[in-house]
Design a protein around this ligand. Sequence first.
Ligand SMILES: Nc1nc2c(c(=O)[nH]1)N[C@H]1C(S)=C(S)[C@@H](COP(=O)(O)OP(=O)(O)OC[C@H]3O[C@@H](n4cnc5c(N)ncnc54)[C@H](O)[C@@H]3O)O[C@H]1N2
Ligand SMILES: O=P(O)(O)OP(=O)(O)O
Length: 161
Amino acid sequence: MRAAILTLSDKGARGERTDASGPALEAFLKERGVATVKMDLIADEAALISATLAAWADGNVADLILTTGGTGVSPRDVTPEATEAILDRVIPGFGEVMRARSLQKTPHAMISRAIAGIRGSALIINLPGSPKGAVENLEAVWPAVPHAVAKIQGDPADCAT
Ligand SMILES: Nc1nc2c(c(=O)[nH]1)N[C@H]1C(S)=C(S)[C@@H](COP(=O)(O)OP(=O)(O)OC[C@H]3O[C@@H](n4cnc5c(N)ncnc54)[C@H](O)[C@@H]3O)O[C@H]1N2
Ligand SMILES: O=P(O)(O)OP(=O)(O)O
């Protein structure tokens, strides 16, 4: 599995904050044997986010595309809308599990509007902006990620065991 990470942060794009979330996710993936083949940081601009995600998915840059940041309710938080605009299919269960599991860590988990879904052969997952929140949310859905990627890419094997 190849992964790509897109950090959404106005402060990061202005050079006012060092991105800790992208590297934290890269480390999480590396520990699980997944190579991060592309990383970028852009501002919370919906059109730019949609265009970047679509280009990465359509260019077969990665099998798994993670975003971090901009999932909340601040005026500039537009990641879920920008993601949904370019998805072929939404996978509601990922958001449901991320919020359910994260509520055991913080009541603020319910503020994240993160979604996940499929474009072409790529699985795209939104994660919150803080390094801790991003890793906790990815950890919550990780047990289903390799199987989801295999199925998205046409694995015909029976799921039942
Ligand atoms: N399992 C968890 N789930 C959630 C957490 C959590 O700690 N654990 N936090 C919750 C909170 S609080 C919010 S609000 C929501 C939505 O978060 P956003 O996606 O909107 O996150 P941002 O506003 O973009 O960032 C929040 C905060 O994190 C720091 N930050 C952001 N980006 C970076 C970065 N690239 N590098 C370092 N630090 C970053 C910064 O202090 C921001 O103010 O999610 C809940 N879910
Ligand atoms: O600058 P950002 O986009 O990282 O947002 P926040 O102000 O929520 O940290």
